[in-house]
Design a protein around this ligand. Structure first.
Ligand SMILES: [Mn+2]
Length: 317
C-alpha cells in the first residue's frame, strides 16, 4: 500500500508534522505502508500539480486544502488554509473523519499529535521533544531574539538545515529519521552535517547583510535581498537587530518565486486588530495572523517590490 504524504517544504513544522503523521499511520493503521513524501511550496501558480495524489491514500500536512477526491487525510493550522471559498465548502461537507483544521494551534505537529492520540489511540510520548520544538519554532515562542538567532539547541540547528539546504530531497530523506530518532542524533547524521557548516556561515553573513540593508522607520523594518541567494534566512534576525520594531517586510527571491515576507515581532505587543494573513490575502498570499507571505512569479521582482513597499507604507501608518 502506497501512502503519499504532502508536507509544507523547507519548514521545521512541516517536516515534523509529516514525521508524526507517518509514525501514527504505521503504528495505528497499517504497519506495512510504503511512504512517499512530496514537499509543497507556496507559489504564484496552483500548488497541486496534476498527478500529485498518486498514492492508494494521500495526505497533506501543514499545507493548504485540496478538494481532490483522491485526498484522504488533511491536517492544517494556517489561517489561510483554503485556496477558494469552494474548497472551504468542500471541507465543511466532508464526513470522512480524516480531515482536520484548527487555526488556534501554534504548530501543525502538535495538532496532528493531539488528534492522533485523542481520536486514534496513538502514543505521542516518544515524540514529545519533536512536538515541543515544533510548537516553539512555528509559534515563535522563544525567550528572546538572541535565542532564536543563536542556534544553540539541536532543534534550531536542524531548523536551519531544513529551511535553507539547497537539496530538494533532503527533507523527504529526513522525515523517516525524525519519526524515530532524538534530535541530538539527527544533527549528527551525515546528510545534515554536510549542510550545517556552510549554512551556519551563510546565517552569520545574512546578519551582516540585513544590518546593512534594513530600513527601519516608524516601527516597521523594510529590506530587499532579492538580488542575493538568501531565501530561507532566519526570520527573527530583523528583530534581533531592531528589537523596537513591531513589523518587518522583506523581499527575497529564488529560481522558483519572488517572495514578500510580512511578520510581526514576537517579543512585542501587536495590536489585536492587525491580521497579516488577511492583509497578504488581498495580494494573493496568506499565512497566520502574526506572520504571513506573498509569493509571486520568479520574474515579477518589480511588482514584488511595489507590493512590499505598499504594505510597508500601510504598516507605518
Ligand atoms: Mn506550520
Amino acid at each position: 500500500m502506497k501512502l503519499r504524504v504532502c508536507f509544507h517544504d523547507k519548514c521545521f513544522d512541516g517536516a515534523c508534522s509529516a514525521a508524526v503523521f507517518s509514525r501514527f499511520y504505521r503504528e495505528r493503521l497499517n504497519s506495512g505502508v510504503e511512504f512517499h513524501y512530496t514537499g509543497m511550496t507556496h507559489k504564484a501558480s496552483k500548488p497541486f500539480e496534476d498527478g500529485t495524489f498518486d498514492g492508494d491514500e494521500n495526505a497533506i500536512v501543514d499545507f493548504k486544502y485540496s478538494s481532490s477526491p483522491a485526498l484522504t487525510w488533511w491536517f492544517d493550522h494556517h489561517q489561510s488554509a483554503f485556496l477558494t471559498p469552494q474548497d472551504a465548502d468542500n471541507f465543511r461537507q466532508d464526513h470522512s473523519g480524516k480531515k482536520f483544521y484548527d487555526p488556534t494551534y501554534k504548530s501543525c505537529t502538535k495538532f496532528v499529535a493531539t488528534i492522533a492520540s485523542e481520536k486514534f489511540g496513538f502514543d505521542a510520548k516518544p515524540l514529545a521533544e519533536l512536538i515541543q520544538w515544533a510548537d516553539i519554532i512555528d509559534g515563535a515562542q522563544f525567550a528572546s531574539a538572541e535565542v532564536a538567532v543563536g542556534l544553540a539547541e539541536p532543534a534550531m540547528k536542524l531548523g536551519l538545515v531544513i529551511e535553507a539546504a539547497p537539496d530538494p530531497y533532503l527533507v523527504p530523506k529526513l522525515i523517516p529519521n525524525l519519526a524515530v530518532l532524538p534530535l541530538r542524533e539527527i544533527i549528527e547524521l551525515p546528510l545534515v552535517k554536510t549542510y550545517f557548516g556552510p549554512l551556519l556561515e551563510r546565517h552569520r553573513r545574512s546578519i551582516d547583510i540585513l544590518r546593512e540593508r534594513i530600513d527601519f522607520r516608524d516601527g516597521v523594518i523594510y529590506f530587499d535581498v532579492s538580488d542575493l541567494d538568501l531565501e530561507g534566512y532566519n526570520k527573527f534576525v530583523p528583530y534581533y537587530l531592531y528589537p523596537d520594531a513591531l513589523y518587518s517586510v522583506g523581499v527575497s527571491a529564488s529560481p522558483a518565486r519572488a517572495k514578500i515576507s510580512v511578520g510581526s515581532n514576537p517579543w512585542k505587543e501587536i495590536p489585536a486588530d492587525v491580521n497579516l494573513a488577511a492583509l497578504c490575502e488581498k495580494y494573493g498570499g496568506g499565512g497566520h495572523a502574526k506572520v504571513a507571505a506573498i509569493s509571486l512569479g520568479p520574474g515579477d521582482v518589480v511588482r514584488t517590490r511595489q507590493v512590499a513597499k505598499e504594505i510597508t507604507t500601510l504598516l507605518r501608518h
